[in-house]
Every structure is written in C-alpha cells, then in structure tokens.
Design a protein. Structure first.
Length: 339
C-alpha cells in the first residue's frame, strides 16, 4: 500500500509533466503522463523505487529501451505489466542523460562572443556531444535572414533580431566533460540508451543524434567520471592558461533541485575557477534569475552568463531569443539567490 503523501508526490510530478513539459512536443507523453497521475498501479510501481528514480524521462526512456518506441497509453501500460522487473532494473542502473547536440545552436552566440580561443568544460556531459560546437554546422533563420555556418551536420535554429548570430564557429583549443557516469559514443548499449530518451513526436532528433554520435566516435571528447559539486576545480586546473575557460551546462541543475547546498557549492566552485559560466536551464534552478521578469513560457530554458540571463532558449535548441537590456535588468537579481 502506497502512503497517500508519496502517491500524491508522484502524481504531482506526472501531472506537471503532462501540463507543462510534454504539450507541443509529445502528445503521446502528455497522454501517458496524465494517465499515470491517476493510475494506482503505475504509482505503486514508481513508489517502489527511490524518489530520484521517479522522473518521467527516466521511466519513459527505460520502457522504450526495453520494448521499442512507445505509441500510446494502452501499449505503454501493457509493456510495463509484461516487462516490469526488467524496466525497473534499467531505471536502477541508468540516469536521464539526454545528450541533445542541437543545444549547441543556442550556446553558439554566447561562445563566439568570448575572447578566442576558448577552453570548454561541460558538467553533466553525458557522451560529450555538446562539447563539439566547432564540429557542427548551423542554419539560423534570423527573422527571415538566413545565416549559415557550414558543417557536415547542420542544426536549424530560429533566432530573433537581437541575437548576436556569429559568422563562424568558435575556436576550441581544449575541451573536457564531467559526469557521474560518462557515456561512450562508440558503445552500442550507451547509444541505444540515448536513442531511447528521444520522445515520441520528436523523431526528427534521432538522425541528428546518430550523426553527432558518429562525429564524436571519430574523435571522442574527454569526459571524466566525477561530481560537479566536488570535482570541477581539479579539472579546471588542467585547462590551458592562454585560452578563455568556459564552464557550461544544459538541463543539469534540475537534478539538484532538492540540494540547495550542492547548487551553492557548484556555483561557488565555478566562480573560484575564474571561468566564464554559461548555464542553459529552466530558470527556477538558476540562482538569482526571476522567471516572470525574463518572460519565459512553461518549459522554456534561460541562457545565463555568469548568473545573469541573456536569452530565452528552446530546451532542444530549435530557437533562441536574446533578451533586451530592459529584460536583462528586470530578470536579475531575483529576491532569492538560491530558489
């Protein structure tokens, strides 16, 4: 029997996913999330795992990893009923490590504006695909004006007129990633896991992921095992002194949402390195950022440089909207530095 408060906590997570994260991206996941929130058997399945494993993305990725693409709620429910122990085993040994290389398109204007060359450290790097912004191409539709940077793999991205779209990729002379459990772009099982994390309805992401994995496999970025809360200073000390050091992350701090001390420790360690800090996250987890003032919609990310918001971004890199000076001034600092 699941305790009432536990059941409600799980239901709330899936209701929120159905209402704010899945709409407009995956009708399948929106439907499944709403159904799970009202299904005692599904809630009991999740309640048998630690709270850190209740994440919808982890649950859905594990089902797709075991049974193939999810089509609808009846099929999903049947898959869990038939393959529950194996799905639970995948959830126990895996973490949500979506590695969306298209996010480089929203990072690129900020990276290219820095003094060159640059040295990159990505925390929560997964397979390191976002450590390769100089190896991709980009096609920016800047309110009707096409701005292209050539490459064998090209990411389309809509940019507003205020976005400082560069005319070339940044010069990266050193790069390294930090992750609790690094993924290998050449390992078939790791590749299958990343593939399983793609949402139904966003199948266009799949060929881009596969192409980026091939680029990474040919010359893998270095990703070391470690915790962003403790191991960043040692890695930063390895970076060349004659390059601009950049510490960046995308969709990572949400996993520390209940660890305020851990987030504070991470931010303090970034600042102690002297690096430029680029954070691309939901605004609720960014210290000092006021989500209402910067005009984000539910599910949007905010790109912040050194803690100050500079742009609204799509979580999967399909658009970027640079903030006006007035929006930047309103959006920081918020009353609570560590929400």
């Amino acid at each position: 029997m699941v305790e009432a408060d536990t059941a409600e906590r799980i239901a709330r997570i899936y209701r929120r996913f159905a209402e704010t994260e899945a709409p407009g991206r995956s009708a399948v996941y929106a439907e499944i999330s709403a159904k799970i929130a009202e299904d005692p058997e599904m809630i009991a399945f999740l309640a048998g795992m630690p709270p850190t494993k209740w994440q919808p993305n982890l649950f859905y990725g594990a089902v797709q990893y075991r049974t193939g693409p999810v089509r609808d709620w009846p099929g999903f429910r049947a898959a869990v009923a038939a393959d529950g122990p194996e799905i639970r085993a995948v959830m126990s040994r895996r973490a949500t490590q979506t590695n969306e290389p298209s996010r480089c398109a929203t990072l690129l204007p900020a990276l290219s504006a820095l003094p060159q060359p640059i040295a990159l450290i990505e925390v929560g790097a997964s397979a390191g695909l976002c450590l390769l912004p100089d190896r991709y191409g980009y096609d920016y539709d800047q309110e009707g004006v096409a701005r292209r940077i050539p490459g064998s793999l090209v990411f389309p991205c809509r940019a507003n007129a205020a976005t400082p779209v560069p005319d070339r990729a940044p010069e990266v002379v050193w790069r390294a990633g930090l992750d609790l459990d690094p993924l290998d772009p050449a390992d078939p099982d790791d590749r299958a896991w990343l593939d399983a994390l793609i949402w139904p309805g966003e199948e266009e992401r799949r060929p881009r992921l596969h192409a980026a994995l091939e680029i990474a496999r040919a010359d893998p970025p270095r990703v070391v095992r470690g915790d962003l809360r403790a191991d960043l200073p040692a890695l930063a000390a390895e970076a060349p002194r004659d390059a601009t050091l950049v510490v960046f992350h995308t969709a990572v701090l949400a996993y520390l949402h209940q660890d305020v001390a851990g987030r504070r420790s991470f931010v303090d360690s970034v600042r102690a390195t002297g690096a430029v800090w680029l954070a691309n996250e939901v605004p609720q987890v960014l210290p000092g950022v006021d989500p209402d003032a910067v005009g984000v919609r539910p599910g949007d990310f905010v790109l912040a440089r050194d803690g100050r918001p500079v742009a609204r971004t799509d979580p999967h890199g399909t658009w970027v909207e640079w903030l006006t000076p007035a929006e930047r001034a309103r959006g920081w600092p918020a009353p609570s530095p560590f929400p």
